[in-house]
Design a protein around this ligand. Structure first.
Ligand SMILES: [Zn+2]
Length: 413
């Protein structure tokens, strides 16, 4: 059968897709980073891949800090302790100490959002997590490689994700807390250097901001984990659907790898571990396609990714996405910057070619986001939205395969 003649029906087994999402979001439920549930999700996926006849399934362990909020809390705690000391004690030595502590807070927060190492990561305890991966060989010789990725774990459900208004306020406060620590470094240092002791009163403005940030982080770690039907059982189910399709009908010259990552929600740590182990062998031309929240709304690929600093998507990744969108004129596909980071950012920051595909609820349809909420359940998944994303990725794979593969005659056996 010709790959091009693939109909939507061939590509998508909607019942199976919903079955995967049901199993992950209901039967297993919230899948906290480094939790037993995350591991169960990994085991379930490994079984599914083996059932598809994929013989090279790997479960690879790595160790990381199981909460991103610990790192933020420690950063804010450092800054706020410095500011409180300045407020209540004052004096040259205290101002120097507070400038250092604000600097440590600033460094800790920036490093955490940028996936870099810092003092907070050095002191926090680590726990085991896992990635599950495998690959599907092409019909002919390998001309290029694509890595399809989705994450196993789900996020906690703090109040600042509970409504769009809260989320807007929170995003603003995250930026403000970050700047407040930078302000701490600047004003306390200036106070020391110029002998302007009165600058210590700046801490009156900084303390409430940093205390609020600290409170929010401590609160977050006491909330339950989201069932994560959309984020990201939908992505997992979509990659499994593509794997099924590819095992039945492999591409001509494109080797397709599958990476199901742990600990995406705490700094894309599984993706980092995967790249450390495999990116060299996969080569710098490999294209990473990350499916994250593909079950509710209009398909959108990201042109930039990151929490505080937005990193531009690799031009080659955008090129393949735009080419696919071009041949699907009937499908509404958006492009734009992402809200937070995704697994793609780990690859993008290494100069690799990575594209995130997600869905954005269409306000006109009355749908709202259930991102990091307990309402991210099977009932709020639109299987037809996953189908659209699958059509998009399938088209993209076909196009890449045609461009990257040699004339078909060379592959005839
Ligand atoms: Zn996600």
């Amino acid at each position: 059968m010709n790959n091009d003649s693939t109909t939507r029906q061939d590509l998508v087994d909607s019942r199976k897709i919903m079955e995967h999402i049901r199993f992950l979001s209901r039967k297993i439920g919230g899948r906290g980073s480094c939790s037993l549930q995350e591991r169960k999700a990994g085991d379930y996926i490994a079984d599914q891949l083996r059932a598809l006849g994929i013989g090279n399934v790997r479960s690879e362990n790595f160790h990381t800090v199981p909460s991103t909020y610990w790192a933020f809390a420690l950063s804010f705690a450092s800054a706020v302790t410095g500011s409180l000391l300045v407020l209540f004690l004052g004096g040259q030595d205290v101002l120097i100490l507070a400038a250092i502590m604000s600097g440590l807070g600033f460094w800790g927060m920036l490093a955490e959002t940028e996936f870099a190492t810092s003092w907070v990561r050095w002191v926090l305890p680590r726990q085991p997590s896992l990635n599950v991966s495998g690959w599907i060989t092409p019909k002919g010789s390998v001309r290029q490689r694509v890595v399809l990725c989705a994450h196993l774990d789900t996020h906690r459900t703090p109040v600042f994700y509970s409504s769009s208004r809260w989320h807007t306020l929170f995003s603003f406060l995250v930026g403000l807390t970050f700047l407040s620590m930078l302000a701490g470094v600047f004003f306390y240092t200036t106070a020391v250097l110029l002998g302007w002791g009165n600058l210590r009163w700046v801490s009156l403005g900084l303390v409430p901001i940093q205390l609020f940030g600290l409170g929010m982080c401590l609160h977050a770690d006491f909330t339950p984990y989201s069932p994560g039907a959309n984020d990201d059982a939908s992505g997992v189910a979509a990659v499994l659907a593509l794997a099924k399709r590819l095992t039945k009908n492999p591409l001509m010259g494109t080797e397709v790898h599958l990476a199901f990552t742990g600990c995406e929600e705490v700094g894309a740590r599984g993706m980092s571990a995967f790249l450390e182990r495999h990116s060299k062998d996969l080569g710098r031309e490999a294209v990473y396609i990350i499916l994250d929240e593909v079950g509710l709304g209009v398909p959108k690929y990201l042109t930039a990714d990151g929490l505080l600093i937005k990193h531009r998507t690799h031009p080659r990744a955008l090129e393949v996405a735009r080419q696919a969108a071009q041949v699907l004129p009937g499908m509404k596909i958006k492009e734009g910057a992402g809200q937070a980071y995704t697994d793609a950012l780990q690859a993008t920051k290494r100069g690799l070619i990575a594209l995130t595909l997600c869905t954005i609820p269409d306000p006109l349809s009355g749908d709202e986001s259930h991102w990091h909420r307990m309402s991210d359940t099977l009932e709020n998944i639109h299987v037809e939205d996953i189908e659209n994303c699958l059509t998009f990725v399938w088209t993209l794979l076909q196009q890449m395969d045609r461009q990257g593969a040699a004339p078909p005659s060379q592959f005839n056996e």
